[in-house]
Design a protein around this ligand. Structure first.
Ligand SMILES: *[C@@H]1O[C@H](CO)[C@@H](O)[C@H](O)[C@H]1NC(C)=O
Ligand SMILES: *[C@@H]1O[C@H](CO)[C@@H](O)[C@H](O)[C@H]1NC(C)=O
Ligand SMILES: *[C@@H]1O[C@H](CO)[C@@H](O)[C@H](O)[C@H]1NC(C)=O
Length: 384
């Protein structure tokens, strides 16, 4: 019922009208080709298309609209969280194939409705419903006196049946949450820089390398755009960690212990709640420490989260996505208005607009990968 309460606050109609009747939203159905399963990609708008059946239950016909009105009906659509009754996007005005339609006593008509709604992945995991509502068209008519009068096509004697809902299943598509996001701390800026690289299946991205010390860390992307393997290479050795095990060793996730492969050292974390392992290589100021965590995303698929510790040397021998982005991230500026979520970041010798965002639980300045990596491109970091 809370959904209804919300609805009346948001979509109430009033104004002067001549016709008093009761219009009912009778049923809501998915249109062919739209099976009421929303495929949601992070921050991407989704299109909704439904068929709404309406009926005139009252004692008066609704004739074609009388000027200055051009329509009889206004339709709205929203996605509502079923148990919380909360709106996902406060009743979007929906386009309809027939807003003009006249409706006589007891007449039934079906109209198709469409709108675009932004649903976040967090909202997507809740129990959702699509709701449609029908109201009289209303417009503000300016009077000669300078005042305005609200005109509507009819007055509805019963508003409780103006809304109708149907279940909706929402599915986060691969990549929705997990496009590898990168967080890089600069030396001068308080907030880190962040960017999302949409990797393609099979790609191996060079995350950080040190050509003087002779090591590199790279990550492998699978079809769900998450990292599924990490490789640490030194001059003579390579260690590859997958979501199952450490390749060519007896180490698997959950069996504690250490392992040494040439100058690469591995140790499994001992925490019961968190499956993690540390890999280290390199000497003194050119030491590299990476922590790899086994994590789960949608459909309970596993992936790897990778954290590379702050590196002491940031010179010309350091490369990779994290190395280049960190070396070139020289500062940031807030927007002039403090309440604005926009700012600018200074990368190499250029300013780029940035947006405040949250990645991996940290506030950060979000930019496009081509900006974070300027003057390089993502393809410069793909290992072949
Ligand atoms: C939905 O998100 C897009 C950006 O992806 C934005 O341009 C648009 O204004 C949003 N729509 C609403 C109704 O918030
Ligand atoms: C695992 O061992 C095989 C056979 O010796 C070798 O070809 C492969 O490169 C090794 N892989 C890793 C990641 O060490
Ligand atoms: C190190 O990273 C750079 C990209 O910054 C790449 O061009 C280079 O091939 C990498 N070298 C090694 C040895 O991994």
């Amino acid at each position: 019922m809370t959904g209804l309460v919300f609805f009346f606050i948001a979509c109430i109609s009033f104004g002067s009208a001549t016709v008093l009747t009761d219009i009912e939203a009778v049923s809501l159905e998915a249109l062919p080709g739209f099976e009421a399963i929303l495929q949601v990609e992070r921050d991407q708008p989704v299109q909704i298309k439904v068929a709404l059946k309406i009926r005139n239950n009252g004692n008066a016909n609704i004739p074609p609209p009388i000027k200055p009105l051009e329509n009889n009906f206004a339709f709205r659509l929203d996605v509502v969280s079923k148990n919380e009754g909360s709106s996902v996007q406060s009743w979007q005005v929906s386009s309809s194939d027939d807003t003009v339609t006249s409706l006589n006593i007891n007449q039934v008509k079906t109209v198709t409705l469409g709108c675009t709604i932004n649903i976040s992945s967090a909202q997507c995991s809740k129990q959702l419903e699509i709701c449609g509502c029908i109201k009289s068209e209303r417009i503000n008519v300016p009077l000669k006196s300078g005042r305005r009068m609200l005109k509507s096509s009819f007055t509805d004697s019963n508003e409780e049946n103006d809304i109708i809902c149907m279940p909706l299943s929402c599915k986060s598509v691969p990549g929705a949450e997990g496009d590898p996001h990168f967080l890089v701390y600069g030396s001068l800026s308080k907030l880190p820089l962040c960017f999302d690289i949409i990797g393609r299946a099979g790609e191996e991205l060079i995350l950080l390398n040190d050509t003087k010390a002779g090591w590199s860390v790279s990550a492998h992307v699978l079809d769900d755009r998450y990292f599924h393997a990490v490789s640490v290479r030194s001059a003579n050795n390579v260690v590859m960690i997958t979501t199952d095990k450490v390749v060519n060793t007896s180490l698997t996730w959950g069996n504690f212990g250490g392992y040494v492969m040439g100058n690469i050292h591995l140790s499994m974390g001992k925490s019961k709640d968190e499956k993690s392992m540390m890999v280290t290589t390199g000497k003194s100021s050119r030491t590299m420490v990476v922590r790899v965590n086994l994590a789960k995303h949608f459909d309970k698929r596993e992936h790897l989260d990778i954290h590379i510790e702050e590196h002491d040397e940031m010179d010309e021998y350091i490369g990779g996505i994290l190395g280049e982005a960190k070396k070139n991230y020289l500062g940031s500026e807030n927007s002039v208005q403090f309440d604005q979520p926009y700012g600018a970041v200074f990368i190499k010798e250029k300013y780029f607009p940035a947006k405040l965002a949250t990645r991996g639980g940290s506030r950060c300045w979000l930019v496009a990968p081509s900006q974070a990596l300027y003057p390089f491109k993502v393809r410069d970091f793909i290992q072949y």
